[in-house]
Design a protein around this ligand. Structure first.
Ligand code: ZN
Length: 394
């Protein structure tokens, strides 16, 4: 009898021990789920239960100084699908309608519609007349969920190639990629809005919860100091000058208001069409485009987009003589026609370095400021800048 008692007690103790062990394991597991994996699982649940679609804000307009819009955002629409919300028997019908309306490849669309993901983009930035066709089809076929048509914006440049290297352009997500569009992206882009929708574990809408809507905040407008009229004139004559003088490297003109420093025009030739920034801009480039490697294409495009007036160094050389002459007259150092005031002996000594006149082999001799400018005489202007011009020894 005693022995059986002991055995029973031992059995009970063992059973209790096992129960305790299982209990401890469960507590550890709960702790693991709660504290270690907690935030990860919470995120997973949020993703599964919330079907969010972004609404793009309207990008700010870029104006010239007279109020002409140089870069505007037009309203377009983006079409997405929630594959899990489209019933299996409708999938092929939906794919066929989408591919027909938006002229897309049927197989690619069908693949997206059949995916197990919660959201797939069918087409971005299409005109409203196309999406109206889709709305009509959805009504006629009584397909009311699983296809979303959301407002979006598309950047448009009404003057195509005007001031292209200044303005720059945007990418497919409305982000500024070059020029003013990139430099002031933060100010122009605005804040993204969202449509939030609650779904169950399988991705179906939960009845009665509806959609909550966080509106997008549009970007700020920007006014440039560029005057569109001056810019157009400058571009027209720069182009003519570059063609007439066969400038293979192109050219630049900057027009500045000397009183305020405002840039009124800044032209680079050749320019490019801002509405098609990935297409070659010259006949020469167009001819070799298809045979070029993608690396060379990228280099050519970057060259085309570059605002050379601000990025490339250029030695002004003799063109700067105008500034020296104007400053000297304004400061009363000399006058335009003081006959024989200066002398060109073919060279001038500056801090031990001999600098030649371009016509050192036959020096210009006695010169007035006007004559020196006409002859582009180096020693006269070097002397004028250092207030140490050659005395007239002739
Ligand atoms: Zn000279």
């Amino acid at each position: 009898m005693r022995n059986t008692d002991i055995t029973q007690k031992r059995r009970m103790r063992n059973a209790l021990f096992v129960a305790f062990l299982v209990f401890m394991l469960l507590i550890t597991r709960i702790g693991w789920i709660q504290f270690v994996k907690g935030s990860e699982l919470q995120t997973m649940a949020y993703v599964q239960q919330n079907l969010n679609r972004n609404i793009n804000p309207k990008r700010g307009t870029i104006y010239d100084s007279t109020g002409v819009a140089l870069a505007v955002s037009a309203t377009v629409e983006t079409v997405t699908v929630n594959p899990t919300n489209i019933s299996n028997e409708d999938k092929e019908k939906v794919a066929s309608a989408l591919s027909q309306i938006f002229e897309l490849d049927y197989e690619t669309v069908l693949k997206k519609v059949k995916k197990k993901t919660s959201i797939e983009t069918i087409i971005k930035k299409v005109d409203k007349e196309k999406t109206d066709e889709l709305r009509k089809w959805m009504n006629e076929n009584n397909i009311l969920s699983g296809i979303n048509i959301d407002e979006d914006t598309k950047r448009y440049y009404p003057y195509n190639d005007l001031a292209s290297q200044i303005i720059g352009f945007t990418g497919s997500d409305n982000q500024g990629l070059d020029g003013i569009e990139a430099k002031f992206d933060k100010e122009l882009k605005g804040t993204m809005g969202q449509i939030l929708k609650l779904t169950d574990a399988k991705g179906f809408d939960i009845d009665g919860t509806g959609e909550s809507y966080v509106p997008a905040v549009d970007g700020n407008d920007l006014v440039l100091s560029i005057d569109m009229t001056i810019q157009s004139i400058v571009e027209k004559y720069l182009k003519e000058a570059c063609i007439d003088n066969v400038c293979t490297d192109g050219g630049n003109i900057v027009v500045m208001n000397p009183k305020t420093g405002d840039i009124l025009a800044m032209a680079t030739y050749p320019n490019y069409n801002l509405n098609t920034p990935y297409e070659p801009n010259t006949d020469e480039l167009k001819a070799q485009w298809d045979s070029m490697e993608s690396k060379d294409k990228t280099t050519a495009l970057q060259q085309m987009w570059r605002n050379k007036a601000t990025t490339d160094g250029y030695e002004p050389g003799s063109t700067f003589k105008l500034i020296t002459a104007s400053a000297a007259i304004e400061e009363g150092l000399t006058d335009t026609d003081n006959k024989g005031e200066f002398a060109c002996t073919g060279s001038i000594d500056i801090a031990g370095t001999k600098i030649n006149c371009w016509r050192h082999y036959r020096p210009h001799g006695a010169q007035s400021l006007r004559e020196a400018l006409m002859n582009s005489c180096n020693p006269v202007f070097i002397g004028l800048r250092t207030k140490n011009w050659c005395p007239n020894i002739l």
